[in-house]
Ligand binder design. Structure first.
Ligand SMILES: Nc1ncnc2c1ncn2[C@@H]1O[C@H](COP(=O)(O)OP(=O)(O)OP(=O)(O)O)[C@@H](O)[C@H]1O
Length: 576
C-alpha cells in the first residue's frame, strides 16, 4: 500500500461512521469499511437504508468505538509510530481518522442530547382536549338532549347531542327524558347550515348495538371494552372505574392519553336502549324486544360521548379535493395519530376513511381525528405482538386494508402477528384517497394486500410532492422490516415540509445542522404558543407532536430514507 493510499485509507476510516449512508449505487446504500491490512473488520459491507434503523446503527457505532480504541491502543501505536516514514505517515493518517470518529461521535452525543432536551420541553406541554362540556355529571342518558342521527356503522348508530345541564332554560324544559321530540322543522332549522347544528349539538353519542353481551353493566363494559381505549380518565363513573381497577371485569384495555389526532371519549356509561330517530326504519333488528317484538338486541347497551365533528374523512373527500399541501398535512396527521397509538401499545386495526373524522382549524386546514377503536389491539407490554394460535383469534376489521403481514398470517403454534407497522401500512393506502385517487386495495383497482407486488401500485398524481410520494410508497412496502414506522414516516414529512433548507445544507451524515435547525424550530413554536398566534392550529399541533417525539435515531432513519429517495429520483432522471 502506498503512503498516499494509506493516508486516504486512514481518512476514510475516520469518516466511515457517517459514510455508511453516503456511498450509494444502484439504489442501494453501500457502506465501505475497509481495513483489510489491520484486521479490524470486514472488508465491505452492503446495507439497505435500514442500516439507519436503531439496532444496526447501534451495531456500527459500537464497532467503530471498538475500532477507535483499537487504533489508539499501545500495541497499534508501537507498530506504526516507529519504523519507516511510510508507517509513521500511515499512523498519522489513522490518528486523524480516529480524531474524526471521535468528533463525529461527540457531534452525535450532542445532537442526541439536543433531541432529548427538546423532547422534554414539549412532552411537558400536554395536549388538552379543547371541549370541556362537563363538570361532574354526564354519566346518564338523561343528562343529554339527543338530536338527529349523524352516522351509522355495522356496530353502532351515532347521534348529535348536547349536555342538558349546559343548555339555556328553554332547552331544559323539553319534556321527553331522552330523545327530545324537537319537532321536525325545528331540527331541520338546527341542522342547516351544518355549523349551526354543531353549535346546538356540540356532542356526538355513539350507541353500540348489543347482541350477545347480556344486560348487566359489567358484562357490557367487558365485552365492548376496546371502545374505551380513547376514553379520558373521568369518562367512567368513579364506582365503575374502581371495579375495573379491581379487575372485576378481567383486564380492561389500557387507555391512551389525549392527542390532537385521536378521538377523545368524554363519557362512557350503560343505559337502557331508547327509541331514537330512525331506529325502527334503519336498525329494527338490533332493538330489544321491548321496542320491537322481532328485535334481537339486549335491553341495555354502552353509550360513548364525544365531540361532534362536521364529517368523516370519507364524506369530506366525496365533496372536496384537498390541495397537495393540505393533503400532505392530512397524511402527516394520520401518521402522528398512529405513532401516538403505537407508543402506547395500541394498534387500531380498522383504519379506513370513515373511521377518521374531520374538522377545520381557524386557518381552514383540515384536522383529522382517528376514531372507532372497536377492533383495536392493546398490549400491556406495548409490544403489539398477537399470538395467533387459532383461526378464532381476530386479526382486526376491514380485510381490504389489512397489512400484508396480518392478512397472510396463518394460525399455528408460536405464530405471532406483529402489528407495530400495520396501521402505518393502512395510512399508505388511505393516502391515495386523500390525493383524489381510488384506494388501490378497494374493488375499483382491485389489488389485494395478500398478493400485490409493489410495482403494481398505481402512480400518484404528479402534483403530489415527491417526498410525500416516497413516504406513501415506503409505507406500502410488503415487508414490514423494509417499511418505515409511523414515527419515521412522520419525521420524513416534517423534514420535507418544514426542514427543507436544513436538509439541503447537509449530507445524510452530519446531524449537527439539523440539530441547530431543530433548536430554532423549537424556539419559534414556543414563541408562537406564548404569543397565541396559531398555537392551536393544525400546523402548530403537528410541530409540537414532532418536537415532543424527537429521537435522534428515528430522525436519522428519516433522513436516510429521504436521501435514498432523492438518490433514486436522481438516478431515474439521469437514466431517462
Ligand atoms: N364523534 C363523531 N362526530 C361526528 N360523526 C361521527 C362521530 N363518530 C362517528 N360518527 C359517524 O358515524 C359513523 C359510524 O361511527 P363508527 O365508525 O364509530 O361506528 P361503527 O359501527 O363502530 O363503525 P364500523 O362499521 O366501522 O364498525 C362514522 O363513519 C361517522 O360518519
Amino acid at each position: 500500500m502506498s503512503v498516499k493510499h494509506a493516508i486516504s485509507r486512514g481518512l476514510e476510516l475516520g469518516r466511515s461512521f457517517f459514510q455508511l449512508g453516503l456511498l450509494k449505487s444502484g439504489g442501494r446504500v453501500v457502506a465501505k469499511l475497509r481495513a483489510e491490512r489491520f484486521r479490524v473488520g470486514p472488508s465491505v459491507r452492503t446495507v439497505q437504508p435500514q442500516a439507519f434503523l436503531p439496532s444496526r446503527y447501534r451495531y456500527y457505532r459500537t464497532s467503530l468505538r471498538g475500532l477507535a480504541a483499537q487504533l489508539q491502543s499501545g500495541g497499534f501505536r508501537r507498530r506504526f509510530s516507529g519504523g519507516s516514514p511510510r508507517n509513521r505517515a500511515v499512523f498519522l493518517a489513522f490518528g486523524l481518522g480516529v480524531g474524526l470518529i471521535e468528533q463525529q461521535l461527540e457531534d452525535d452525543r450532542r445532537s442526541a442530547a439536543t433531541c432529548q432536551e427538546i423532547q422534554a420541553v414539549f412532552r411537558k406541554k400536554k395536549f388538552h382536549s379543547p371541549l370541556k362540556p362537563f363538570t361532574s355529571s354526564g354519566y346518564k342518558l338523561e343528562d343529554y338532549i339527543i338530536g338527529n342521527q349523524i352516522g351509522k356503522g355495522s356496530n353502532a348508530a351515532v347521534y348529535e347531542a348536547t349536555a342538558r345541564f349546559a343548555q339555556p332554560k328553554e332547552r331544559e324544559e323539553v319534556s321527553s327524558p331522552v330523545q327530545v321530540k324537537v319537532d321536525e322543522e325545528k331540527i331541520q332549522e338546527v341542522r342547516s347550515p351544518a355549523c349551526c347544528s354543531l353549535r346546538n349539538f356540540p356532542l356526538a353519542i355513539k350507541m353500540l348495538w348489543n347482541f350477545g353481551a347480556g344486560s348487566s353493566s359489567e358484562a357490557i363494559l367487558k365485552s365492548m371494552s376496546q371502545e374505551l381505549v380513547p376514553a379520558g380518565p373521568l369518562a367512567l363513573k368513579q364506582e365503575k372505574e374502581q371495579i375495573t381497577l379491581d379487575g372485576y371485569f378481567g383486564i380492561l384495555p389500557k387507555r391512551v392519553s389525549a392527542h390532537p389526532n385521536v378521538i377523545r371519549v368524554y363519557r362512557a356509561f350503560t343505559a337502557d336502549v331508547p327509541l331514537l330517530p330512525g331506529a325502527q326504519e334503519e336498525y329494527p333488528d338490533v332493538l330489544p324486544a321491548r321496542l320491537n317484538p322481532a328485535g334481537l338486541g339486549n335491553n341495555r347497551t354502552l353509550f360513548l360521548v364525544m365531540k361532534n365533528y362536521p364529517c368523516s374523512l370519507q364524506q369530506y373527500l366525496q365533496e372536496s379535493a384537498p390541495s397537495p399541501r393540505h393533503g400532505s398535512l392530512m397524511v402527516l396527521q394520520l401518521l402522528e395519530g398512529v405513532d401516538h397509538l403505537c407508543r402506547q401499545g395500541v394498534a387500531h386495526r380498522d383504519l379506513k376513511s370513515d373511521n377518521v373524522l374531520l374538522e377545520f382549524d381557524s386557518d381552514g386546514c383540515p384536522r383529522l381525528v382517528i376514531t372507532d377503536f372497536g377492533c383495536s389491539l392493546t398490549q400491556s407490554d406495548s409490544s403489539l405482538q398477537l399470538p395467533f394460535n387459532s383461526m378464532w383469534v381476530s386479526r382486526g376489521g376491514n380485510a381490504s386494508l389489512m397489512a400484508p403481514e396480518v392478512a397472510t398470517a396463518a394460525p399455528g403454534v408460536r405464530v405471532v402477528i406483529d402489528y407495530s407497522k400495520a396501521d402505518a401500512w393502512a395510512v399508505g393506502a388511505i393516502s391515495y384517497e386523500i390525493f383524489g385517487q381510488q384506494n388501490p386495495f378497494y374493488r375499483a383497482v382491485g389489488l389485494q394486500s395478500t398478493t400485490y407486488q409493489e410495482k403494481q401500485l398505481p402512480p400518484l398524481p404528479s402534483e403530489v410532492p415527491a417526498d410525500v410520494q416516497l413516504v406513501i410508497r415506503l409505507l406500502l412496502r410488503r415487508n414490514p422490516d423494509k417499511r418505515p414506522s409511523a414515527r419515521v414516516a412522520a419525521n420524513m414529512l416534517h423534514l420535507s415540509i418544514w426542514g427543507r433548507r436544513a436538509l439541503a445544507s447537509q449530507d445524510s451524515a452530519g446531524m449537527r445542522k439539523l440539530a441547530d435547525w431543530l433548536l430554532c424550530q423549537s424556539a419559534v413554536v414556543l414563541l408562537k404558543g406564548f404569543g397565541g398566534s396559531g398555537g392551536n392550529g393544525v400546523k402548530a399541533e403537528l410541530q409540537r407532536s414532532f418536537l415532543s417525539s424527537l429521537e435522534l435515531e428515528d430522525l436519522r432513519a428519516a433522513v436516510g430514507f429521504l436521501f435514498y429517495g432523492r438518490e433514486q429520483r436522481h438516478a431515474c432522471i439521469l437514466s431517462a
